[in-house]
Design a protein around this ligand. Structure first.
Ligand code: SIN
Length: 480
């Protein structure tokens, strides 16, 4: 059955066509799926102006009314889960079953923040003098601009738009050029849910820098949020602060360690490693990037892991039973090929994989590399592909030192049965999120975010709403 989707941009409650369009590809086949408007600075200004005009009315709505509209948006997403997951898979490449997980995960942010919008509490502060009374109000920050990545075409949008809209803000979104169709499907459902014009705007473009520049420099935009690489995030963050001192939330790169201690349940560790490392073919910021394994169990773990990895089914996301889809584009596959070739040339061994896959030009065989050393790029840089490098360690101190020897600090995982070690290592690891005996943890109720060069701010959880609220202090004076 043909998949129905919108392919025009969405500004101020209207579908916006354009003579200038860019192609969207299926990464499994490199076939063109659609042509989408290639908008620029002028249309971005227009979307920001629409969001600015819509802001006072939306911000003034009682939270209960905003929550009802968001809840409707969530219900529509859940009713449309099948189409949304097929769309995510078609343009992003992940297997449909995994995409269904993303669609439900994405929708959950709208449900969660619909509920949280009613709890944007201020405070009454005990006074310092009997002539005054102090309170804080929490107020929506204003017009927000967001730039989202292709690896989660839906969830990374709802994790930003959900709290922004729930807080009473309005938003202009630039989805990635690889996966704009899911964003437009969300706009379609937002319209059906009754979100007023201008509250949620989608500017599609292939010219990210032109649109990003306007978003960062506009006087009307008060909050900017970005999920993507640290390199780009630093530039955008600097532009936002340097031009107009806007509030910035950044979800940037990671280099997640996954530590397997000798006292771990090895089967659980293998299962957790596969869940973490091979989710979305290794293309997530929280994917385990380097697997640190204690010397005494290194060989046993390497054997079990490589046997399990060799069984992963690779193919187009719409085929039954597929677990590993294509990488997003040619550049991505070339990077993985280069990093693996360098590691092999420097002494690493491929226990399984180590080469492209016959399923097509953008498929890479799930790979386990043994004898990886700390100097290799597969340890120091984010791989963003289905490659698990194994590094040997001898003591807990050494494992923690290797884990922390990176400018990044997004997620970390470790496997142990020792409760004291679990506390100790969780405290010592430098990362925003730590997962013990589990390879996956993401959901709407937790604060997702990193430390060091992995970003600023948190998305999801009770913390997620605060990113879009300003505390205003009010002094009531003149009491006798
Ligand atoms: C990401 O890769 O940035 C998001 C992963 C997640 O939400 O679990």
């Amino acid at each position: 059955m043909a998949l129905a989707f919108r392919s025009d941009a969405y500004i101020d409650g209207k579908w916006r066509a354009s003579a200038k369009r860019f192609p969207v590809y299926n990464p499994a086949t490199q076939e063109v799926i659609a042509h989408v408007p290639d908008l620029g600075a002028a249309e971005t200004e227009e979307a920001i102006a629409a969001a600015h005009a819509a802001f006072p009315l939306w911000a003034a709505k009682p939270a209960k009314e905003r929550a009802a509209i968001l809840r409707k948006w969530y219900d529509l997403m859940m009713a449309d889960l099948d189409r949304l997951s097929r769309l995510i898979s078609l343009e992003g490449g992940k297997p449909v079953a995994e995409a269904k997980g993303e669609a439900a995960y994405g929708a959950s942010f709208i449900e969660w923040f619909a509920e949280e919008s009613k709890r944007a509490y201020g405070r009454v502060i005990p006074t310092t003098t009997d002539t005054r009374r102090y309170v804080t109000l929490k107020q929506p920050i204003g017009v927000c601009a967001s730039v989202t990545p292709w690896n989660f075409p839906m969830a990374m949008i709802t994790r930003k738009a959900g709290p922004a809209i729930a807080a009473g803000c309005t938003i202009v979104l630039k989805p990635p050029h690889q996966t704009p169709l899911t964003a437009l499907a969300l706009a379609e459902l937002a319209e059906q849910a009754g979100l007023p014009p201008g509250v949620f705007n989608v500017v599609t473009t292939e010219n990210a820098s032109a649109v990003g520049k306007v978003m960062c420099e506009s006087e009307l935009v008060r909050h900017f949020s970005f999920t993507g690489s640290t390199e780009v995030g630093k530039k955008l963050g600097a532009a936002c602060i340097g031009s107009t001192v806007k509030k910035v939330s950044l979800e940037l790169g990671g280099n997640a360690p996954l530590i397997v201690f000798a006292d771990a349940d090895l089967d659980l560790a293998v299962k957790g490693t596969i869940m973490s490392k091979f989710r979305n073919a290794g293309q997530t910021c929280v994917c385990a990037n380097r697997i640190l394994v204690e010397d005494s169990i290194y060989d046993a773990f390497a054997k079990k892991l490589s046997e399990a990895v060799a069984k992963l089914k690779v193919g187009p996301g719409d085929q039954d039973g597929v677990e590993i889809g294509p990488l997003i584009d040619q550049k991505a596959i070339e990077k993985v090929e280069r990093m693996v070739a360098e590691a092999l040339a420097s002494g690493a061994t491929a226990l399984t994989g180590g080469k492209k896959h016959a399923a097509g030009a953008q498929f890479y065989t799930p790979t386990v590399l043994a004898d990886v050393t700390r100097e290799m790029r597969v340890n120091t840089e984010e791989i963003f592909g289905p490659v698990a490098p194994l590094i040997r360690f001898k003591t807990e101190d050494e494992a923690v030192a290797i884990a922390n020897d990176t400018p990044f600090g997004l997620a970390a995982y470790f496997f142990t049965k020792d409760i004291h070690r679990a506390w100790r290592v969780a405290e010592r690891i430098e990362s925003g999120m730590v997962s013990i005996n589990d390879g996956i943890f993401s959901n709407e109720v937790i604060p997702f975010g990193g430390v060091k060069q992995s970003g600023l701010g948190r998305e999801g959880g009770v913390e997620g709403l605060d990113e879009y609220l300003e505390p205003k202090f009010v002094n009531f004076g003149g009491f006798n």
